[in-house]
Design a protein around this ligand. Structure first.
Ligand SMILES: CC(=O)N[C@H]1[C@@H](OP(=O)(O)O)O[C@H](CO)[C@@H](O)[C@@H]1O
Length: 504
């Protein structure tokens, strides 16, 4: 072990993944490398648990400690602490890790550092090459749980295509699912090309996956959501009322959009996906007249558009829970429901189904053929929608299936509710850690007095809402504002930003 290796967080993550596997009697643990935009670059190296989930909360402080060690001695101390507190028997097993990366330039170097981390404990590893993040989650889960699907990349496509074809057959839908996808010049673009079926017609644009410097350049889910405009490759010649979609760099986020007949851009973001899928599932459940008692809930963050929350509560009649930003919080909360729909507004999310959901529907005695179709579809959704993590590919097909089965056009979907104009900005401050929040990050506790100023400012605006929080991934503070008009939300955002500057 030398200083260079120790310097690398990827090395330490590889090592921690191996310890986790040893602790779990050699179950396969995943390591996904999607180096992020800002330093430390290695914060895009993540551990995937045996069932495809994120590192358990109990291990997070250990991971943070290990990531922050400054010397060899401290490193050894932290390692000892982990081994002792977790009662890890290093002689019993050696650990078993699978690794994958997206197409970013730093991928090979981080991969090699993570592999060194595995080997430093004598663990074994398998490099799965370039994959989307959710594909690595799928592979990790299927390596440990044979019933989940074949533990190969091909197995991922087979499961998805088979499920889509079955649902289309049940509803006698002849027309193939058709969509143009902006692949952000990332790994998702290449992977979409592998989905082969006469029932699926995907056109991929922004597919220069071998040009890492082109990743997200004028394209991708974040570009489309943040700028509220069409990506390169579509902006020149959009077809009115046709549905389009954009993925992010590692294909765990998706947004959809179209232009209306006047070529006005219309975004269908994570909030719209959540309401579509929740409405689709509850609509199907309502068609079952027998005894089915399943709890459906939607989980959002403070960034969800206020109109979406209102629509979910008053029209869909579904409860909404709020958590802090970051999918691990949403995922955790969604597990409390039989059908837990969670999406960040930026398109990161999925739908989780409980064991109770599966058993209830398997045991349900259909009253007629129509009910049988509904029952089968509800069960197939468990295979269609990635149960481990947000997945651009499977979320996209879930949306297309929901639209096709319920015979909705993009305009029908979009017109369920009208987004309130909103603006998200970021400010560089001296110390972002001085900003402490409560109530799912919707209110500030510190700096003392700032929340009162925000409240006073918000009160001046019709349908006004604004909140401030420190980013968890960038050295910045984010300011979100929404109000009745575009001008007002911009004004609210800038007034709140001024207060933030005064208090920082
Ligand atoms: C407003 C926003 O989009 N925040 C993003 C961003 O988190 P911040 O903590 O806001 O930096 O990155 C996260 C990880 O990709 C993502 O989950 C989250 O939604």
């Amino acid at each position: 072990m030398n200083a260079t290796k120790l310097d690398s967080v990827a090395f330490r993550v590889g090592l921690l993944a191996t310890l986790r596997s040893i602790k779990l009697q050699n179950q396969t643990i995943g390591v996904m490398i999607t180096a992020s935009h800002n330093p430390p670059e290695d914060n895009g190296v993540k551990i995937v648990e045996p069932m495809g989930e994120m590192l358990p909360q109990a291990w997070e402080p250990l991971a943070t400690k290990l990531a922050n060690v400054n010397s060899f001695d401290e490193f050894i101390e932290v390692l000892k602490e982990i081994v002792e507190s977790e009662k890890i028997d290093l002689s019993a097993n050696k650990g078993n890790v699978i690794l994958a990366r997206d197409t970013r330039e730093s991928g090979p170097a981080l991969l090699s550092a993570a592999i060194d981390g595995v080997l430093s404990l004598g663990g074994s590893y398998k490099d799965e090459g370039e994959l989307t993040t959710p594909q690595l989650h799928y592979l990790t889960r299927s390596s440990n749980d044979k019933s989940f699907g074949q533990a190969t990349e091909a197995g991922y496509y087979t499961k998805l295509v088979k499920t889509i074809e079955e649902i289309l057959k049940i509803w006698s839908i002849e027309k193939p699912l058709e969509i143009t996808v902006d692949g952000a010049n990332g790994v998702g673009a290449a992977k979409l090309e592998n989905i082969k079926s006469s029932k699926i017609q995907v056109t991929v644009i922004n597919d220069q996956c071998d040009q890492p410097h082109m990743l997200n350049v004028d394209c991708g889910a974040d570009y489309v959501k943040t700028n509220q405009k069409l990506p390169a490759g579509i902006s020149g010649n959009p077809v009115p009322l046709k549905l389009y979609s954009s993925f992010d760099g590692d294909a765990d986020r998706v947004v959809l959009y179209y232009v209306d007949k006047d070529l006005k851009f219309k975004l269908l973001d994570g909030d719209k996906i959540a309401t579509l899928l929740a409405g689709f599932i509850s609509g199907l459940l309502n068609q079952l007249k027998g005894d089915v008692d399943l709890k459906l809930g939607i989980v959002q963050t403070a960034y969800a558009n206020g109109s979406s929350t209102k629509f979910i509560e008053s029209t869909l009649n579904v409860p909404v829970a709020f958590t802090s930003t970051g999918v691990k919080h949403l995922h955790h909360k969604a597990q409390e429901y039989d059908i837990g729909v969670y999406f960040e507004a930026n398109g990161h999310g999925t739908v989780l189904f409980s064991e109770n959901y599966i058993t209830t529907l398997k045991n349900y005695k259909s009253l007629n053929d129509e009910e049988t179709k509904v029952q089968k579809t509800l069960l197939l959704l468990v295979d269609l929608i990635n149960q481990t993590v947000g997945d651009s590919i499977s979320d996209l097909f879930a949306v297309l299936i929901a639209l096709a089965v319920s015979k909705k056009t993009p305009t029908d979907w979009d017109s369920q509710y009208l987004d309130l104009p909103n603006k998200l900005t970021k400010l560089i401050v001296n110390d972002r850690f001085a900003f402490k929040t409560t109530n799912a990050e919707r209110q500030l506790l510190q700096p003392v007095g700032l929340q009162e100023k925000i409240d006073e400012t918000v009160a001046k605006f019709k349908n006004g809402r604004s909140f401030v929080r420190a980013s968890g991934t960038e050295n910045a503070v984010r300011v979100y504002a929404e109000a009745d008009t575009k001008e007002n939300c911009e004004l609210l955002n800038s007034e709140v930003s001024e207060w933030v500057k005064k208090f920082s």
